[in-house]
Design a protein around this ligand. Sequence first.
Ligand SMILES: NC(=O)c1ccc[n+]([C@@H]2O[C@H](COP(=O)([O-])OP(=O)(O)OC[C@H]3O[C@@H](n4cnc5c(N)ncnc54)[C@H](OP(=O)(O)O)[C@@H]3O)[C@@H](O)[C@H]2O)c1
Length: 286
Amino acid sequence: MNTITEPSPLTITDISQGQKIAFIGCGNMAKAIINGLVASGWPAKQIIASNPSNDKLIPLANQLAIATTNNNLEAAGFADIIILAVKPQKLTQVCQQLAKVDLSKKLLISVAAGYKSEKIAEHLGQTPPIIRAMPNTPAFIQCGASGLFATSQVNEQHKNITVSIFEAVGKISWVSAESHMDVVTAIAGSSPAYIFLMMQAMIEQAVELGLEQQQAFTLVTQAVSGAAQLAQATPEKSLDTLRKEVTSPGGTTAAAITSLIGNQFESIVKQAVTASVKRGQELGNQ
Ligand SMILES: NC(=O)c1ccc[n+]([C@@H]2O[C@H](COP(=O)([O-])OP(=O)(O)OC[C@H]3O[C@@H](n4cnc5c(N)ncnc54)[C@H](OP(=O)(O)O)[C@@H]3O)[C@@H](O)[C@H]2O)c1
């Protein structure tokens, strides 16, 4: 896996020049990317979102002034870049529908977990350039983490535009093997949920022990955000070193770490990551 890259020196308006993007499926992930793109300067008039129901489209059209439609073919026809953002279970049907569109001059980006590029091409009945991307919902505030994989039809220009889209909503990392995308899903796409669960447990226990909910929320979310930022700001220090710097022998942190290790915390986390990878593989084989 490559190292995480820093944002490109070109502005988003330089890179987005004229490129139109269609989102097929406008749920949580599409909304997160669209919000991040518009916030970072991607012209709203170059974005269209397609969804069967209007309840998700109306707020986006009103708040961000992007175009919307209930017709996937209309969206695909409008765009140079088509982002497939439906659930993996809906992707076969969507690809079969898009088979009617000439995709030879378009770039397809799928954010669907598990669903292999080969299967996308099979259901499209054509082999356009396809990139698999695995972002996460912090993209909504431009703090996303996205893994990217390019198929052999993808050229440098496609890669550059994809980088500009996903760097607009956070940091990116290319992987060289498609099988690694299931690991990316487990540690980036899905992992905010694990962190939210851990924060929720810490807050609940703090409240149980006497803190106000709001106090506990502020302290826990800031501690998690601060720990992540410290790790990123001091790459010369390992996570092990950073942990030891908080942990005086016989102190309060040591008591918590001893409890976590005694309760197999690391093993539990590793099992969760493996379960996510396995589910990604299952979805890919359906
Ligand atoms: N959520 C995440 O954190 C995350 C992270 C990385 C990747 N992903 C991937 O992103 C994809 C979308 O996930 P999500 O969480 O955004 O799901 P979601 O909130 O359920 O959004 C999916 C959207 O697709 C729409 N849809 C259903 N059938 C459609 C069709 N035939 N044509 C066009 N749109 C259709 C749904 O509309 P209705 O609700 O009206 O049916 C819904 O708005 C998934 O493949 C997932 O693996 C998600």
